[in-house]
Design a binder for this molecule. Structure first.
Ligand SMILES: Cc1cn([C@H]2C[C@H](O)[C@@H](COP(=O)(O)OP(=O)(O)OP(=O)(O)O)O2)c(=O)[nH]c1=O
Length: 229
């Protein structure tokens, strides 16, 4: 993709990596009388509840798509390479979305830490390794979004930078009690920013809802803008 455009780069951070980037745009949003959110994520359901969406879940092989596009984008720096790959996963979630008068929405969230993609942990041991690796470090959370009506496609990604505090021993019981909840297991990167102890977090640079799984203000803005056009 040569036509990647940085739409917004509002955050004046040291690394300047909190941003929203267009990936693919075609056509104009058409009138719709229902919204379908293609996601099994409870967080996304809550964040988009104001649109009263119908919920469907796409069955796709995310790891296969990931392998294909990480190869295709291998000349990019790691973060945009992952983010573009993440966009392809969101697109794939809508590949069978064909009903007319319907706005389809899909998203995908990936955590990039230590130059790796952190997926959902396979067990609590992996969740613990992921969680501990964040302390004293900066990592990035990418959420891609695909908006689709019959002749309209808008795919973009948002990046939020998250910094955890340096580890200190008094955090230990807080880490343990978070892991005991087991709620890390269904989350990319093994944690939920909305549920970890707030003392873990030193800084969030970007939209916190990008971390939770859907940059909902940007979604809402794009839909409204498209309607006005
Ligand atoms: C990093 C992070 C992720 N998450 C969640 C959001 C997503 O539900 C999940 C990322 O996995 P995804 O594969 O993006 O989504 P999903 O499998 O839950 O749902 P679907 O593919 O059907 O849309 O991690 C949080 O809730 N909080 C966080 O801080």
């Amino acid at each position: 993709m040569d036509d990647i455009i940085v739409v917004k780069k509002k955050m004046n951070t040291e690394s300047g990596s909190a941003m929203i980037v267009n990936y693919e745009q075609n056509g104009q949003l058409q009138p719709f009388n229902q919204v379908v959110l293609m996601s099994g994520s409870k967080r996304r359901h809550e964040l988009l509840a104001f649109m009263e969406p119908v919920i469907q879940v796409a069955q796709i092989d995310e790891r296969q798509i990931e392998a294909t596009y990480l190869t295709q984008y291998q000349s990019d720096a790691f973060l945009p390479r992952v983010a573009k790959t993440c966009c392809e996963i969101s697109k794939a979630k809508l590949s069978k979305a064909r009903e007319s008068n319907t706005l389809y929405i899909a998203a995908d969230t990936m955590v990039v830490a230590c130059d790796q993609i952190y997926h959902k942990p396979k067990d609590l041991e992996e969740a613990e390794q992921m969680l501990r690796s964040y302390f004293g470090q900066v990592h990035h959370v990418v959420t891609s979004v695909c908006l689709k009506t019959t002749d309209y496609l808008d795919v973009f990604y948002a990046v939020t930078e998250v910094e955890f505090v340096d580890y200190y021993p008094a955090l230990e019981p807080l880490i343990q009690s978070y892991l005991e909840t087991k709620s890390s297991l269904d989350k990319s990167g093994g944690y939920g920013i909305q549920e970890i102890d707030p003392r873990f977090v030193a800084r969030i640079d970007g939209d916190i809802y990008t971390v939770v799984g859907l940059p909902v203000a940007e979604v809402s803005r794009r839909i409204n803008t498209a309607i006005v056009k």
